[in-house]
Design a binder for this molecule. Structure first.
Ligand code: ADP
Ligand code: MG
Length: 326
């Protein structure tokens, strides 16, 4: 297998094309025709073996997730994804690995009509970099900086599942004998390996949300980014956090809360909405396949604080994931 054979495999398996791709894989650069009147949202994310996925993760899951984390960033901007670039670094020219990787990648790409327009293939320790591009109507992108004191804070779907799955994989358990519940286990693992980027939610929030971010590093950390960018603070009601049935079944209650507050890899959207727009949220989500929950509010005083139903301060164990953290 040469580099070019591998590129051929990828090209055949991730074959979706689009009218706005004048020329895709095969020349020195792709040639694209962005739609008039739209702004281009662009992002990139790298996944490194043993840092972002366990080295024994299936190639299909690595393929899916490397695309999903990028689509999640576009979703958080309210953008409609269109094009992706894929840079693959492989320890060896493993044909079967590339086929299976491409299968997982293609499954998600075709679901959202995304075209793979190019990339790079090199040898080295396993790592995957995807760059994604999407469109958003002029001036309608959802930024981190738009939150205002008095806004309601919402989150899509459920929080903490992926962190709980990671804890299971690391053998640290979930503080309860029920963590052996097979169905709950497999649902949690599915959330970790196959995150579902909230593209439809992000689009539906254009014109409604003041600020938005995707929850990749943990709710407290990511809501903290909105607060920092908007120069405000937030108060979260610990008891209102959306926790999935599987997490409740598999994990001790106090751990559920920690996973939901500080666990990474959820890829839900956290967003803020003015009080006037708050009732439009339920309406916007009535057509969508994920839930939405109000979890707190934006305040003037900086910082993110968590309290329980009695108004007592909840101190979470750690505040999200950071590379290079001491
Ligand atoms: P160059 O040497 O000009 O950079 P390459 O040999 O790296 O060209 O790539 C040839 C073509 O294959 C280019 O169009 C490039 O975008 C595409 N390509 C290379 N690797 C990948 C990949 N992993 N996924 C998709 N397209 C790829
Ligand atoms: Mg190249």
């Amino acid at each position: 297998m040469s580099e070019f054979d591998l590129i051929q495999i990828i090209r055949q398996r991730i074959g979706h094309s689009r009218g706005d791709v004048v020329f895709g894989i095969g020349d020195d650069a792709a040639l694209l025709e962005p739609p008039l009147g739209r702004q281009l949202a662009a992002c990139t994310d790298t996944l490194v073996a043993d840092v972002h996925f366990p080295h024994d993760a299936t190639p299909e899951d690595i393929g899916w997730k490397s695309l999903a984390v990028n689509l999640s960033d576009l979703a958080a901007m309210g953008a409609q994804p269109a094009w992706v670039l894929l840079s693959l670094t492989l320890p060896e020219a493993d044909e079967r690995f590339v086929e299976r990787f491409a299968e997982g990648f293609a499954e998600l790409a075709s679901k959202h009509e995304i075209a793979l327009i190019g990339g790079d293939t090199t040898q080295g320790p396993l790592s995957v970099t995807v760059s994604a591009f999407g469109f958003v109507p002029q001036g309608q992108a959802l930024l981190r900086s738009g939150a205002r004191a008095g806004d309601a804070v919402f989150v899509t779907g459920t929080l903490g599942d992926a962190a709980a799955a990671l804890s299971l994989l690391r053998g640290s358990g979930l503080g309860t004998r029920d963590s052996s519940n097979e169905q709950a286990r497999s649902e949690l693992l599915q959330r970790l390996h196959r995150p579902d980027p909230r593209i439809f939610s992000g689009r539906a929030l254009r014109g409604i949300a003041n600020a938005c971010i995707d929850v990749s590093d943990g709710l407290l950390a990511d809501l903290g980014h909105i607060c920092w960018a908007s120069n405000v603070g937030a108060e979260i009601e610990a008891d209102s956090l959306p926790i999935s049935q599987s997490l409740r079944q598999a994990s001790a209650p106090e751990l559920c809360r920690d996973f939901a507050l500080s666990g990474g890899d959820d890829y839900e959207l956290c967003f803020t909405v003015s009080e006037e727009n708050a009732q439009r949220v339920a309406e916007a989500f009535s057509q969508l396949d994920c839930g939405v929950t109000r979890i707190g509010r934006i305040v003037a005083e900086p910082g993110v604080r968590v309290q329980d139903a009695n108004g007592n301060v909840v101190e979470p164990p750690r505040r999200g994931w950071q590379h290079f953290a001491p």
